[in-house]
Write a protein that binds this ligand. Structure first.
Ligand code: UFG
Length: 359
């Protein structure tokens, strides 16, 4: 009998996937990764720069395959090669604006990709799954902090968010139809930050619209001013409120979810992964300025279409059942993000990064 458990990670070369693999390897899981590189840059000879750096950080090897989830035969082939105990499914298209412009592309990738994966898992009698969901399934929440019992699927303003909701529904249905399934869906709030080594971080392939990369681009002078969308929300200072969570906390949340899956059969469970703290855009800007000693000029503009005003988590269920809480502060998130940016001005295309195993 094999002693080490094997985790199959889809989308492992991406931002959250790569950070999660660091924690999985640290927890002594054997890791098999597929990625089609849609969301990851720094690809060289079919290899992922992010995963190479994960191997440097951990001193461990990853089994990697360049496979698209829409290619079911290739997916099947990987399952034939490895005895997989559990799947963590990150792979998805995730650009909100793009999803509104190309809905079919998003439905095809995010829904058919999930279907293929579930079918191949069933063929191989692998019924343990952690799914990467999002607080976007709550739409504009009726109250904050938002618990897992809040209604989902209402007022979701973009197709990306709807695909997360539809997949959650699919998972509920299969777990009802066959009780062998043991599934955890993790609803992420706003992931930011980077590994403290500065070796891995977020390197978007598409023009970004998220706040943290924008703040840092303004700080280093690549963009003249930060546009803050909306100064008239009913919040502490009029700007939008979110629950920013350090990507390493998120990564640990997946390891906690796996431990629970292997310990307890619950069919399907959903957990919020957030800090439970609401932070306004202006508070985030101030924290970034304090940590980096940089100035971030900003202007307040109209609200951004489709934005919600306030979203932050009640994360008590994850604490109670997963034994997990976020430990990193807003300052850690800013400092680690900034280190990654400074060390990698061209993201994963940056050469001459000193790699060692001391992290
Ligand atoms: N914001 C600005 N200026 C910018 C960018 C963002 O003021 O240039 C504001 C937004 O209005 C919002 C906050 O910063 O108040 C956070 O915006 P992000 O774009 O960073 O994040 P969102 O909360 O809009 O969206 C994120 C992910 C989505 C996910 C959603 C809910 O990007 O993928 O959280 O999970 F669907």
């Amino acid at each position: 009998m094999k002693m080490t458990r094997t985790v199959f990670v889809t989308g492992g070369a991406g931002y959250i996937g790569s950070h999660c693999i660091v924690e999985l390897l640290k927890a002594d899981y054997d890791v098999v990764v597929i990625d089609n590189f849609t969301n990851s840059v720094g690809v060289c000879d079919g290899e992922s720069a992010a995963l190479k750096r994960v191997e440097e950080i951990t001193g461990k090897k990853i089994h990697f395959y360049k496979v698209d989830l829409l290619d079911k035969d290739a997916l099947y082939g990987v399952f034939q090669k490895h005895q997989i105990d559990c799947v963590i499914h990150f792979a998805a298209m995730k650009a909100v604006d793009e999803s509104i412009e190309y809905p079919l592309l998003y439905y095809k990738n995010n829904l058919i990709g999930m279907l293929n994966l579930l079918e191949v898992m069933t063929d191989h009698k692998c019924y343990q799954l952690v799914f990467s969901s999002s607080c976007t399934v709550y739409g504009e929440p009726e109250e904050c902090p938002v618990t897992e019992n809040h209604a989902t699927g209402r007022n979701i303003t973009n197709v990306y968010g709807k695909t997360k909701y539809f997949v959650e529904e699919m998972l509920q249905d299969i777990s009802y139809s066959d009780e062998k399934w043991n599934i955890i869906a993790l609803r992420y709030f706003n992931p930011v930050g980077a590994h403290p080594s500065g070796l891995i971080g977020e390197d978007p392939t598409k023009p970004f619209s998220n706040i943290m990369p924008f703040i840092s681009q303004v700080a280093i002078g690549n963009k003249p001013v930060l546009t803050i969308f909306g100064g008239d929300y009913d919040t502490v200072d009029g700007t939008g409120v979110r629950d920013y969570i350090h990507v390493m906390d998120l990564a640990r949340g997946h390891v906690a979810a796996l431990s629970l899956l292997f310990k307890k059969h619950q069919k399907i469970k959903v957990y919020n992964l957030g800090t439970g703290r609401g932070v306004s855009v202006l508070q985030l800007v101030k924290a970034f300025e304090k940590v980096t000693n940089m100035t971030v000029p900003y202007q307040i503009a109209e609200r951004r279409e489709g934005d919600i005003s306030i979203m932050y988590a009640n994360a008590e269920l994850a604490e109670k059942e997963l034994g997990w809480t976020a430990v990193h502060s807003l300052e850690d998130m800013c400092a680690d993000f900034w280190r990654w940016q400074k060390m990698n001005p061209q993201g994963y295309r940056t050469k001459d990064i000193k790699l060692n195993n001391s992290h």
